[in-house]
Unconditional design. Sequence first.
Length: 289
Amino acid sequence: MNNVTKEHGSEERGNEFLRCGAQTPTVHLRGRRTEQDSRCNPTLSYPVPCPRRRTLGASPHSVELQFHALAACMVAFSILMLPAHAAPKENAAKDTVQVQTALSGAGSSSKETNLGDLVADAVRQTGGAQVALVPADEISGSAAIPAGKTDPDKIVSTLHYADDPSDTVVVLSLTGAQILRVAERSVSRAPEPFEGFLQISGLQIRYSAGQPEGKRVSLAGIGGGEVDAGKTYKVAMTRSLAAGGLGYFQILTGNASNDTGTSLAKSLSSYLAAHPVINNTVEDRISKN
């Protein structure tokens, strides 16, 4: 049997063939493949061609895939290496509120307070109402917010039931005569403290403590307009008050109502967000004759 032996790396027939194997390959006619090169055709007696190896990355499509894979790895790595402060935080600092005049809830159960005015204004805005009523029971009598920049949450925390989502703002339809009766009830124990004493918005109450019920109160709207006894007004208040709490059941129950679904705390928070500078002062919304 003839043997064909060629040196490693030699070329034949131009560049058509490349030799395989690290050593000199030997191929037997119709014989078995040698260990030196298992890819060569063992049935041929002439020098055996081996397929040329393709250069890695020669295909444009392959290059594009490699590029996109590398880019994806770099993006993933950069995200992992972001500093902690770059990620959004749920408890990120909120915008502050500029308090021009120190707020106080002291005496809210027997007189008008500027904190009470603020809360009542928020309730009136939430309900889109003409009048708002907030019982002293909702406001901390020891609350004090100094003038200057402050976190809105500190102001919201002055509410007794700030964590109660069921303490919502409700809007009732009341006549002027009913509002007068509500005002009478509010000042009925003045100057003694009463948790049912109302902080108000959109209304002015003038009262004489020594007069009998039905004659001790006069009402006026903001700006001095009269409150018509036969006219119906939209009056916003807390849910517990609308349900007749604190002795108001004979006046407030059974009236057409609309629950806004907005808690008192959320109402105040939204109001502060819309009014980053507040300058509430006691406005004589409630005063003695």
